[in-house]
Write a new protein. Sequence first.
Length: 188
Amino acid sequence: MTTPAHPAHGSATISLRLRELAQLFNSMDPSPFHERDLDADAEEFIVGSALEHVKDDSEFHLHIHLVEAPPPEKADGVEESLQHYFRSRSEAKEREFRQLMRRGRFSLMVGLLFLTACFFIGELVARLGYGTAADLIRESLTIGGWVAMWRPLEIYLYDWWPLRDERRLLERLARVRVKLIIRPPKTT
């Protein structure tokens, strides 16, 4: 596997060198060719290379350099297979994003209820209690209530950004254009 090239305006080319096309896909996946999972190393390389172009919204081109020519029926389906794979991964990220937002709403509701209860009980203790012990309990309840808000705030302020960015990148990869380049090994 090699590093990505920077081609003409509006596109980004990722060059991948393999001995044979089968190395691109997970050999343990029994699915039909166009529905197979990518090999983990190939996926990591393609996504990692695509990350270098995350800011420029260019279309991706994947040049796969092969030593052995693949059967024509498999060569014709490579682009469709890769697009299908990355589209499926994008849809999975979308589901993960929706699940995170659902968890965020539930966490926010629980956190607000707990915070309200802590404030209410803290005020009650302050009115019934005497001196420093009541103040300590009230402040402890206030801190505990705000700590309960940590997770919903973390979800809504930080956790959703990476999922959104990953989904956008995978959506772009789902439109990847693939070119197979057959380069037999050099003989000496």
